[in-house]
Ligand binder design. Structure first.
Ligand code: PMP
Length: 755
């Protein structure tokens, strides 16, 4: 509708002959500011349809019901014939009173102002508590938080795949934590859009609220979530802003603990819907500044939100309203209860153990409200509770979960996707449920194929918790409680460039260790296989020295000794430069063991091998794993591979790792207790020693101290190695360079005090 047509209507229908008209920016409807000598109005133009007309009538009724309150609300301005709207040229046109005031977005958000805002919204809600307007009752829009899941259809408008996953995460959490109890929350007609462009202020008071275009019948807590999601933007302590608002809201109109307990998810959902909507509108309308104006602040708020423990938010929101908070159970009590039924051999991390309740990407949330940065869990590979994994699992578990004795598509789809990551001749895969089951099977395959018994294992190697797993794990059979080496086991000393460098030239260590090993087995024709991790985890995050495997593998092949690479820790892109650990050594094994990250926490393991080795195993005895390769596991494994690719997580591991090594170079020059820094991508180790340039002296106590101090600073790392003096870090691959900074700042602060 052009300005001339509008002027004509103002002239003829409203009797305003000298009106000045200015178009205003907005999301959907066309809005104009109309000024005559004696009045200012807002003229709104909507495309006509009967439903819109009924809704507009409902909005007017809502607005008129608010006229006796302290705060001002727009009122319909009638035509010469006292109509609140007209229909012309397939358009609905109406005028509303113009309210004076400063937009909340342009005001200093003082405590008084936020508090008054809370009071104003509460007053609005209280006064319309029993309002019944059928057209608003029946209205269904995407901005209604009850319909938050609708926005998932538009997720692709978020171009960054990790950001998309964060939004998806919150929408999924909303479904899980809110949807099941939503029907028990108080509902009423709400304004539903008290954003800081719709709230007018004077001094430290809210004096007007405009734009009833999103008014609906919905949960009352949505009203608060919308208001808070805007005023929390760009604040150091968004939760404190929420508390100020809630306190005064609750004083005016009582909230329930049920509402406060899910407010965290409502706020997240609103931010997510806004981000999706603005990404969509931006794509369709790149020049509209109004649309992208709050985007940046919203992203920092959502990042802040994901690093906020939902329990903390819940407790603070409750406290603001004077409700009691849920006290976290006493750790000593939990430990003693656990000890009743959980054998003591299952250890717990840290001197002060942590009671975990939930997690998100690189964060883990404790029962006491603490949010931990997880720099250590190498199982939640693509991020804790990644929505892509959850959605795949939920759908499949609700559809079919059976075993490989039946035919089903996910097995074939996943097998192909996984095997595409290997050279063509490695085209057989056995699925099991753990790394231990996989290494057990790998050894059976090798012994069966070669009809030999002996195995070469690596010093400090670990391959599993089964009887056979222990028998091939030097780290276990050679340590406390271990029963020593069996006759069939041959040990290969770990080529450790750092320790060996104290005595020898570390450059040639791989060649030297390989040659020594070959010499020791030169006349042995009973060896079935050689098993090793490309980077020794339990050995202290030690990459096998350069050239070591390159020399060994051709010899083994010539002698009919099978090569097994345990990729349980090194696989799936963690190393940054390579997808599999064996690739860093320029070799290709005959058998590969997979586990840990494969299912992102869902118990999965696999053995990948050649057709010849797989076929030889078909010797009359069936191989069956009740759970291995079940449809749920397959779709989860498939989702993990997709996420690694879509979110470019291998690159992320590479970049974050690079940043780690760059910063560690400087830190190492300042603190001589750091003996060695090693690893690849996000498989990292820091060796803590007593400084002595002539001999190797591991500093176990300091490593333990660092680990526990980090835990006090809410950062999770662990220690490993034969002397437990290596700080190990294998975080989820979404770990960013900023996260690395948090860890290393903490490390420096601990070392500085130590100095
Ligand atoms: N191999 C390696 C290298 C491992 O690190 C582990 C687990 N720490 C295993 C095998 C055994 O895997 P799981 O615990 O899934 O049985």
């Amino acid at each position: 509708m052009n300005i001339t047509a509008i002027k004509k209507i103002l002239n003829e229908v409203y009797g305003w002959h000298d009106a000045k008209i200015k178009q205003l920016v907005g999301y959907d409807t066309l809005n104009y500011k109309v000024q005559t000598k004696d009045k200012t109005c807002i003229l709104k133009v909507y495309p006509y349809d009967q439903e819109t007309l009924e809704i507009i009538k409902g909005e007017s009724q809502f607005q008129k019901s608010l006229q006796n309150l302290d705060c001002e609300y727009p009122l319909p301005v009638t035509t010469l014939s006292r109509e609140e709207f007209i229909v012309s040229d397939d358009k609905i046109i109406r005028c509303l009173t113009f309210l004076e005031g400063l937009f909340l977005v342009d005001c200093n958000h003082t405590e008084n102002l936020i508090s008054h805002f809370g009071h104003t919204i509460a007053t609005l809600n209280l006064s319309t508590k029993n309002l019944y307007i059928p057209s608003l009752q029946a209205k269904s829009i995407s901005w209604d938080l009850s319909n938050a899941h609708w926005s998932r259809d538009d997720l692709d408008y978020i171009s960054d795949t990790h950001e998309r996953s964060i939004i998806d995460f919150f929408l999924l959490q909303f479904n899980i934590h809110v949807k099941s109890i939503e029907h028990t929350l108080p509902k009423q007609i709400i304004h539903n859009d008290a954003n800081d462009w719709n709230v007018l202020c004077e001094g430290e008071k809210v004096c007007g609220i405009i734009d009833f275009g999103d008014a609906i019948y919905s949960t009352r807590i949505s009203e608060i979530a919308v208001a808070l999601s805007y005023i929390m933007v760009d604040k150091n302590d968004p939760i404190a802003i929420g508390q100020t608002f809630l306190k005064s809201y609750h004083e005016t109109y009582s909230l329930t603990t049920k509402e406060l307990d899910v407010l965290y998810y409502f706020i997240a959902a609103r931010i997510c819907i806004s981000l999706i909507s603005s990404a969509k509108s931006h794509k369709e309308n790149p020049d509209n500044e109004y649309i992208s104006v709050s985007k940046k602040g919203y992203w920092s708020l959502i990042y802040h939100w994901i690093s906020t423990n939902p329990i903390l938010a819940k407790n603070k929101f409750r406290a603001a309203c004077g409700f009691s908070i849920n006290k976290s159970p006493n750790i000593t009590d939990i430990i003693s209860e656990r000890s009743l039924h959980t054998p003591a051999v299952l250890s717990v991390s840290y001197m002060s153990p942590i009671h975990m309740t939930s997690a998100a990407f690189q964060y883990m949330y404790g029962a006491d409200g603490t949010c931990y940065l997880d720099a250590y869990n190498n199982i939640s590979h693509v991020g804790h509770e990644h929505p892509g994994v959850i959605a795949a699992a939920q759908k499949q578990i609700a559809t079919l979960n059976t075993n490989t004795r039946y035919l089903y598509d996910p097995l074939q789809e996943y097998s192909e996707k996984l095997l595409a990551k290997f050279p063509d001749h490695l085209d057989q895969v056995f699925f099991v449920n753990s790394g231990s089951a996989a290494s057990d099977l790998a050894v059976r395959l090798a012994r069966n194929y070669t009809q030999r018994e002996q195995l070469i294992v690596m010093e400090h190697g670990y391959h599993g918790n089964t009887q056979q797993g222990i028998e091939i794990s030097h780290y276990k059979y050679n340590s406390k409680g271990g029963e020593g080496k069996l006759n069939d086991i041959l040990e290969a000393p770990l080529p450790n460039a750092y320790i060996d460098g104290f005595n020898n030239n570390s450059n040639s260590i791989g060649i030297r260790f390989a040659k020594n090993l070959l010499q020791s087995i030169s006349n042995n024709n009973s060896i079935a296989a050689f098993i090793a991790e490309p980077i020794s985890g339990c050995g202290g995050q030690i990459p096998l020295a350069e050239d070591y495997l390159k020399i060994l593998y051709p010899y083994f092949r010539e002698k009919g000794i099978l090569t097994i690479s345990d990729e349980v820790q090194t696989g799936f892109g963690r190393l940054g430069n390579q997808f599999w650990g064996y690739e860093m050594h320029g070799i290709v094994p005959d058998i590969i063991i997979l586990g840990k990250p494969m299912g992102n926490g869902h118990p999965m393991g696999a053995v990948v091998t050649t057709r010849a080795i797989g076929d030889a195993f078909n010797n009359g005895m069936e191989f069956f794993s009740s759970f291995g390769g079940n449809p749920v596991s397959c779709v989860i494994g498939s989702a993990v591979l997709d996420i690694i690719e879509n979110e470019k997580l291998q690159d992320q591991a590479k970049n974050s790792g690079k940043h780690f090594f760059e910063r560690m170079k400087t830190i190492q020059t300042k603190y001589n207790i750091i003996g060695d820094v090693r690893g690849s991508g996000l498989f990292l180790g820091i060796e803590i020693v007593y400084p002595d340039s002539k001999s190797y002296q591991p500093n176990t106590d300091l490593a333990k101290h660092i680990k526990n101090e980090m835990r006090k600073m809410n950062i999770l790392v662990s220690t490993d190695g034969p002397y437990n003096n290596v700080i190990k870090m294998k975080p989820p691959l979404c770990f960013s360079p900023q996260d690395i900074n948090i860890v290393l700042d903490a490390l420096e602060s601990i070392l500085f005090i130590q100095k």
